[in-house]
Each structure stands twice: as C-alpha cells, then as structure tokens.
Design a protein around this ligand. Structure first.
Ligand code: BES
Ligand code: ZN
Length: 547
C-alpha cells in the first residue's frame, strides 16, 4: 500500500500561556513536547499492519494508525506536540478492493484507487489517523455513517442507527456547535487497543461495542464529547491530560444524564469510581501519577503514564467546580463559554482556572481557589484520592439491589431463597457490571459459591458482552475457578483492548500456578495479534525484566 501525506500549514502556536513558540519547550518538558521526529522506540509503531487472520472477516489485510500520544512523529514529519495545531491533506493510493478512511472533513476519489482527504480545521498531530481495509459504510444519521468490514456492517448499523444523532444534538445543546461536519464511526479489527479513539470526523472503536443491545454506547458518547473537549480545546502537553479526559468524562455524563437520566448515569459513574479505587489501591495513593498534573520526565513516553486518574479524578475536579457554582445550568453555560473562548487552541490548567474565576467573579472574590483541603493547587499537584466526590446517590435505586445481592453471595451458607427472590432479569448491563464489581471486591468467595453463581446466572457466566466477560474472567481468576479458565482464554483470543487485557494478565500472574500457566500460554498464542503497546505491557506483567 502506498501513501503520500502532505502536511498542511502549521498554525502559529495556540497555547495561551507559558509558551510562545512551538519550538520552545513547555513548562512540563517531555518526550511528547519534542517537536520533530527524534526517538522511535523499536517496539512501538504507529502503523499497525494486520494480516487477514487478524481481521473480523479474515479475508484481506488491514492497516491503521494510532497516533496518540506521541507516535505520529514516526508516521510523518510534524510538530508532534498537542500544543501545535495544523490542517492537513493526504492522497492515499491503495490496491484494488481496498478503501481508505481518515480523520478528515472531506474526501473524494481520485481515480479508481486513490483517495484524497482534507482536514481544513486545525488539529493537533495526534489526531491525524488513517485506516485502510476491506471497508464498507452504512448511513446511521443525517451526518453519520458507520464503517466496518462487510461481515460487521449490518450489526454496526443495527447497534447505532438513529442514536448517534441524538448524542450529537445533545452535545450541541450543552456545549455549543459541533464544528467538524461529519461524525462517522469506524469499527476496527478486534485487536484495536482502545474502546474508542476520538479521531475527528471519524471515531475509531473496538468491535466489542457491538453488544447487540446498545448497552456500551457510553464509549461513543465519550468519543463524541471529545469533539468539544480534547479535539477543539486541547491539553497543551500530556502532563495535563486530565484537561482532555476529565472534562470529557464530565461532558459524557452530562449527555448521558440528559438522555438516560441521573440514576443510570450515576451507576455508570460509580463503576468509574470503582476503577479509580482499584487503580489507587494497586499503585498506592501517593504515587506521583495520581496527580492531575503529572511531570513527564524527558525520555518517558506519555503512553506509559496512562491510568484512571486523569479520567476519574479529573471528573471529580470538574464536578467539584460545578458544585462550587451550585447551579447546573450556569455551569453548563460556563463550559460552553470555555469551549468558545479556547476553540482550536491548546490550554494549560492555569488558563482554564483563570477563565473559571473570571467567569464567576463572586467565587473569585470568595477565594474559592484556596479553601483549605480543596485548594486548586492541591487538586492539581497532590497525589491521592479526590478531596471531593460528586453525589452518586441518584443511582442508589439501581446500586442498592446489586450490593445486597452481592452480599448474599458472599455468605458462607448461601441463603438460596433470598437469592432466588431477587430477579435480575430486568437489570441493565451496567447494573450487572456493578454487581460483579462488588462480587470481585468480596472475592475469594467461600468455596463453591462462584460455581453456583455461574450456574444461577448463565447470562453473566456465558455473556458475549465484553464488559461482563471481563468481570466474569476477573472473578474466575480471583476465585481460582479453573473450570471456567477457558472463558478467560477465549476472551483474550477474541479481542485485544488494553483495559481488558492487562487486568486479566495481572489477575492470572497473581493467581495459582494453573492461572500463571494460562497467562503464559495465552500470551504465546496471541502476542502476534496484539497491538505493540499492549504486547509490551503484557510482557512486563508475564515476564518482567530481571525476573
Ligand atoms: N483518547 C482516548 C484513548 C487513548 C488514550 C489513546 C491515551 C491513546 C492514549 C479515548 O478517548 C478514551 O479515553 N477511550 C476510553 C473510552 C472510555 C473512557 C469510555 C477507552 O478506550 O477505554
Ligand atoms: Zn477519552
């Protein structure tokens, strides 16, 4: 496959403070802020070449790029820092029978095998993305298509027909116009390492989202929310990643609250909080990466700092600011004004906080930035559990039954009548996820209980939904329920999302000898199919250097 990339004009540096030129290092000088191609670490590659067996259809090869955080510097010459934005155009030539797609506003065919793309709005380099494969599309809304291999396209259309427009329209109501023109979704091959990647105009997603019941739409809402937070207003360096992800979590949950109500949204947020708890338990609260503003040392790849803190602690900080304002509508208006003020620019937390205090002069006068225990400086620069947690009690009606049921399953002597009295048939996927997280926290359960649990709820133990398969796998491993080890193996063979893969390898390596053998065998069999980053991280778990 042959490709030509033409770099568009580089815009003047758009960072509001601390930096005047893209060549000047940012305050937080790091690998990510080195402007041109400097270091290409052998095992990481931006272009992922997949053989036919690695695709859903298994008929034709597939190639895609994943630039975030700092890999696009090895794809084309660029100022590979989120502080700099530029437009681009690209002419891509493909062999017969292949289609190219990119994160661009427009595309046209130039001859039978050439595709010309143009992105006319300035974006940071990490958002330039390309995929080529046996791809077809189907319309799912007035400005949206889904793209997928032919064998997945019907399922993709079924899953998202009509709903994407609702997500976009709600986002527009809350945060201002959607400026990117189209919003399409590309279903990637199973080894795609993320749930979703917010490439402008064309979100890339894992095919795991094809759950058949729209239950995993929160990922699409999340990537849509990046259209305002991340893609339009961008963190100026990767040490302030929470400005992308924390705001996006907040925006995602605002859209979800409007569309699905506070109970469901609080339940989903509670599963996010549980992930933050797990992460801090594993790393220790005081770990320097458990700050919102992290120092990425020179030579460190920002991908290696990726964790739950920017997402969920970031969400808590934005929620805290909303709590200070005290009125949801006013806070929504403020977010709209923030996007308007900084659109197509890159910002630091200081830019945002200064704007916040200027927007709410009464709060500024009250010095809310220095309330003891909740100082803005503490939020940004102190590791640990968030000083403020938003109230998730509107989700109690969904969470409490799940908690109570988990409690019953943790008993030495199972109270079968009480268990049977709880009907889970109407429970939504996230309610089951919440229930399973509680079971996992209480694991290992008394002997025999997990076997009985699996038999009682085949819709959990035989689930096809990836969020349920992950949790069931974690429970199986924590309880050393060897009868179901094959389900862990099958799940890891079926997809390669990082957030599913790493926790399962951690659990296997922390488990029995049989679990460790399962880890080694599964890794040996799947490594050639996984994304290179994921291979690297699994290697560190299964065979750490020096072991
Ligand atoms: N931009 C991220 C994915 C990413 C992060 C790629 C860091 C490379 C480096 C994307 O928006 C994201 O956060 N995806 C989440 C979605 C979830 C929070 C709903 C994912 O993949 O799990
Ligand atoms: Zn995100």
């Amino acid at each position: 496959m042959c490709l030509f990339l033409l770099q568009g004009p580089i815009q003047k540096s758009t960072v509001r403070s601390a930096v005047t030129s893209p060549l000047a290092p940012l305050g937080c000088d790091s690998f990510s802020d080195v402007p041109v191609v400097v270091t290409v670490i052998a095992w990481r590659s931006v272009v992922c070449w997949l053989a036919p067996e690695q695709t859903a259809g298994k008929r034709k090869p597939f190639v895609y790029t994943q630039g975030q955080a700092v890999l696009n510097r090895s794809f084309f010459p660029c100022f590979d820092t989120p502080a700099v934005k530029c437009t681009y155009s690209a002419l891509i030539e493909v062999p017969d029978g292949f289609t190219a797609v990119m994160s661009a506003n427009t595309w046209e065919k130039r001859g039978p095998n050439k595709f010309f793309f143009r992105m006319c709005q300035p974006i940071p380099s990490y958002l330039i993305a390309l995929a080529i494969g046996d791809l077809v599309s189907a319309e799912v809304g007035p400005r949206s298509w889904v793209w997928a291999e032919p064998c997945l396209i019907a399922a993709a259309k079924e899953e998202y027909d009509g709903v994407i427009e609702e997500f976009l329209a709600t986002g527009e109501k809350l945060f201002g116009p959607y400026v990117w023109g189209r919003y399409d979704v590309l279903f990637m091959p199973p080894s795609f390492p993320f749930g979703g990647m917010e490439n402008p105009c064309l979100t890339f997603v894992t095919p795991c989202l094809l759950a058949g019941d729209r239950s995993l739409a929160d990922v699409i809402i999340h990537e849509i929310a990046h259209s305002w937070f991340g893609n339009l207003v961008t963190n100026a360096n990767w040490g302030e990643f929470w400005l992308n992800e924390g705001f996006t979590m907040y925006a995602q949950r605002r859209i979800s609250t409007v569309l699905f109500g506070p109970a469901y949204t609080c339940l989903e947020a509670a599963t996010g909080r549980a992930l933050l708890r797990q992460h801090m338990d594993v790393t220790g609260e005081e770990h320097p990466l458990n700050k919102l503003r992290v120092k990425i040392e020179p030579g460190v790849d920002p991908d290696d700092t990726y964790n739950e803190t920017p997402y969920e602690k970031g969400f808590c900080f934005v929620s805290y600011l909303a709590h200070l304002v005290g009125d949801q509508e006013q806070f929504d208006d403020f977010l709209k004004a923030y996007v308007h003020e900084f659109k197509f620019q890159s910002v630091l937390a200081d830019d945002f906080l200064e704007f916040f205090l200027d927007y709410f002069p009464e709060l500024k006068r009250k010095r809310v930035d220095s309330i003891p225990g909740f100082e803005f400086d503490r939020w940004l620069n102190t590791p640990g559990w968030p000083p403020y947690l938003p109230d998730l009690s509107p989700g109690d009606s969904l969470m409490r039954p799940a908690e109570e049921l988990a409690q019953l399953w943790a008993a030495e002597e199972l109270d079968v009548r009480a268990i049977e009295a709880v009907s889970t048939s109407a429970w939504k996927t996230y309610q089951l996820v919440y229930f399973l997280d509680k079971i996992l926290q209480k694991s290992p359960l008394p002997p025999g209980n997990v076997k009985k649990l699996g038999e009682t709820y085949p819709k959990i133990s035989n689930a096809q939904n990836a969020e349920l398969r992950l949790r069931w796998g974690q429970i199986v491993l924590k309880n050393d329920h060897q009868e179901d080890f094959w389900k862990v193996r099958d799940f890891l063979h079926s997809q390669g999302k990082q957030k599913y893969t790493l926790p399962l390898y951690h659990a296997m390596m922390g488990g029995s000898e049989a679990a460790q053998t399962l880890a080694k065998e599964t890794f040996a069999a799947t490594a050639s199919h996984l994304h290179s980053n994921v291979v690297h991280y699994v290697q560190q778990i299964v065979a750490p250097l020096g072991s």
